[in-house]
Design a protein around this ligand. Structure first.
Ligand SMILES: [Zn+2]
Length: 394
């Protein structure tokens, strides 16, 4: 008996969390390392700058038995018309990227039904201007303005916390007019998600101590400043037409403050802001059930499913069932967190659509949803929910 599925072939995909790339940098990378760079291990070692020569060989041996790498190797080989080997795929995709990057990538997006990407401009640094990325990617790009690079850029020139805060707020206020569809914070990578209600005096004193400490990240000095500036971002977003705030929530690369990265750490702040849309980027994975629970009780907390998608591979279906079963499905957004190689946007969209078709097919078979309801849920998760939340026309 074949598995029940819901056909979502015609539903456009908006990737709600991804990152840009510079084609010339991709062309300079070793072709045979392509599959290593798309694994969770490879991506994290690169983004946290921990990949050294001894780790590179070990990484390669881990890649060879990783389901996602195997899937990419075989499906991209079929797409490129080459043998499904590490070397052949790495060489052929490099040649395609060199000869006609827009044509090659545009073909992938069309094949996967990818209609646009909501891109966190904070990685890689320096920021890639949206227009530049959109031209290189041959895909509609929607900008997410990350607040942490502003703090780095502004703190040295500020004589006091008040001066820095004013400059920060002015920068944030300009973002919607400069095309941003959301704000983003990675405070979980800096001082943790447990944002506290500091006084102005706390923030002023902490700013001076932080400077004296050489801007070293610490929960004693940096945290009060970062917490207050994130709160100011909420205020700016609320007045700027209700722009959503994306907050990295859950694990990440080894630079994460893992002790304070859980959805429950963010709960106090989210509870104060019941009417304001916040997207938990990664849904709190590996505490995904906890993220889904928070979104099930706080009305404007959304869940974005990258990291699960595509890296959980074998486990994607059960994770999706948890998200869609626990939280209202109209607050669940498809996303990939592609951050190294653009082909991840494509593969993740393919496997994401397929997993959703299976999960929703089972939901109908078990009597939880009617067929048309399941199809609407699928269309929303793939693109409709992200489009509605960010004011994007599909
Ligand atoms: Zn990301």
């Amino acid at each position: 008996m074949s598995e029940p599925t819901i056909d979502l072939a015609g539903c456009p995909i908006i990737d709600a969390h991804s990152h840009g790339w510079r084609t010339d940098e991709l062309l300079a990378l070793e072709p045979a390392g392509f599959l290593d760079r798309i694994t969770m291990m490879g991506m994290c070692l690169i983004s946290s700058e921990l990949l050294d020569a001894p780790l590179e060989g070990h990484l390669r041996s881990l890649t060879d038995s990783t389901p996602l790498a195997s899937m990419m190797r075989r499906r991209l080989a079929a797409r490129l018309g080459v043998e499904p080997t590490r070397e052949a795929v790495g060489t052929a995709r490099l040649a395609a990227l060199r000869e006609d990057p827009q044509g090659y990538l545009g073909g992938l997006w069309q094949h996967a039904g990818l209609a646009g990407a909501i891109v966190d401009e904070g990685y890689p640094q320096p920021t890639i201007p949206t227009a530049e990325l959109q031209a290189a990617a041959n895909l509609p790009i929607h900008r997410v303005a990350r607040i942490e690079p502003w703090i780095v850029a502004l703190r040295d020139g500020a004589a006091s916390f008040d001066e820095m805060e004013d400059a920060f707020v002015a920068t944030a206020e300009r973002a919607p007019d400069e095309g941003a569809v959301a704000f983003k914070s990675i405070i979980a990578y800096r001082t943790g998600l447990d944002v506290q209600p500091w006084s102005r005096e706390d923030a002023r004193a902490a700013f001076d101590r932080w400077r004296a400490d050489g801007w070293r990240e610490s929960r004693e000095h940096a945290k009060p400043v970062r917490d207050v500036l994130l709160r100011r971002t909420f205020e700016v977003a609320a007045t700027a037409g209700g722009l959503p705030i994306h907050i990295h929530c859950g694990g990440g690369d080894p630079a994460i403050v893992l002790a304070h990265a859980r959805p429950q750490d963010l709960f106090a702040l989210l509870s104060e802001r019941l009417h304001q849309p916040v997207v938990l980027i990664h849904s709190g994975q590996p505490w995904l059930d906890e993220g889904a629970y928070v979104a099930s009780i706080l009305p404007h907390v959304y869940l974005e499913m990258s990291i699960t998608m595509p890296w959980a591979s074998l486990a994607i279906d059960t994770k999706l069932e948890a998200l869609l079963g626990i939280a209202p499905p109209s607050k669940v957004l498809y996303g990939s967190d592609e951050a190294t190689e653009p082909e991840v946007l494509w593969l993740s969209a393919l496997v994401g659509r397929e997993a959703l078709q299976r999960v929703l097919g089972r939901a109908v078979a078990r009597g939880w949803l009617e067929h048309d309801e399941a199809r609407d849920v699928g269309a929303g998760v793939l693109g409709g929910n992200a489009a509605r939340l960010h004011g994007i026309t599909l």
